[in-house]
Design a protein around this ligand. Sequence first.
Ligand code: SF4
Ligand code: SF4
Length: 416
Amino acid sequence: MKQLNIKEISSISDKTILYGAGMIGRLSLEFLKRNNINVNYFCDSDERLTGNIIDGLKVISKEELKKLDKKINVFISNKYLNTVGKYLKDNKFENVYDCSLLLENFDLEDFYKKKRNIFQLQGSEGDFPILKLQRELDFYLEMCKKENYVSSKKLHLKTIDVQITERCSAKCLNCSNLMQYYEKPINSDSDQLFSSIDTFMNAIDKLDEFRVIGGDAFMHKELHKIINFLKKFDTKIIVYTNAKIVPKNQALECLKHPKVIVDITNYGNEASLKHDEVVALFRNEGVAFSTTRTTKWQDCGRILPFIERKEDELKDLFHNCCNSDLISLLHGRLYRCPYSANATNLKAVPEEKSDYVDLLDKDKSLSEIRESIFNLCYQKDYLAACSYCNGRDYSTKWIPAAEQTKKRPLVYKKIK
Ligand code: SF4
Ligand code: SF4
């Protein structure tokens, strides 16, 4: 993907479009406005946004975009750089860029103070925490570098979901990590976990974030041991919780380390029963955290019966899926997304060997493991699990978040 800096924009074309009306699009718009660059439209693949006015700018559909002059500047301001880039190339747009040169030295704090009202995600309410916003921006900037990483064979990964337990304090009917299907959920074995993380970290070049998840990470009695182990790496540690459990003693102490940020999802119901108590505790104890009030989810937390999809459909589903780059570690295996990890673990989908890397495989050398991680992270076009999954893109239906059920575990058909 090409880059264009602020000085060159007007010399290429007097028309500029931002493709992506989400958070990165809005940040880019603010930046361009501040630099007196006129932006003509947002464009967004989500047709539900067509015709809306966002931050004073009209959103057009990709069909409307197609009719515009092919020489206009189009900045891709969402993380689907490959998919959108291909669409623009197929439709002969000549001047297509990512927003990395606009956003890499962005003074986020200053913008946040003045324009915090624009930082809203679909499905959330209230302020969008700056810690989270910074992480979204970092994620986007890393995605912009992905092509370079692939061509130079560099394994610089943004995040890995370290799933430390199958257990959760909540009982969500539509958990996208599939916790509702576990009959006898277990914690990860700490020794196995440490060994697989050591192998992973030795095999790759760089990792920016460990995302410690469950279920609910606070369900694991050895959370402090895991956090203390992860601290030895030069990598941020984000611990996810729904705030139903108030951490105490060692579990609380380990969260105070400067590398650790707790990411709270507040569902406003019994799934986040202790939210206010947890927030007050973290404020008093100096734990870095962000909390997001979440009201809606996308409908992707179900194991579906096998869906016959053509290869092109599977590729589209995968490349448009916002979870397809969430590299996930579960019981010593590395997967491409949390759905694939848990559906394979539950034996709800066929086990496709190229869809995971066994980090505990003692017969493989480190360079072989590195090659397998490279292929998993950069070379996949779809997964076996995609044929059993609703996908998660801009068109996926919204449902109420964290609806609780007493009927767990849910029944599903195991692959024989
Ligand atoms: S809180 Fe709900 S969505 Fe989150 S891991 Fe637990 S069951 Fe899943
Ligand atoms: S569509 Fe594929 S990549 Fe996306 S969540 Fe489902 S299994 Fe994972």
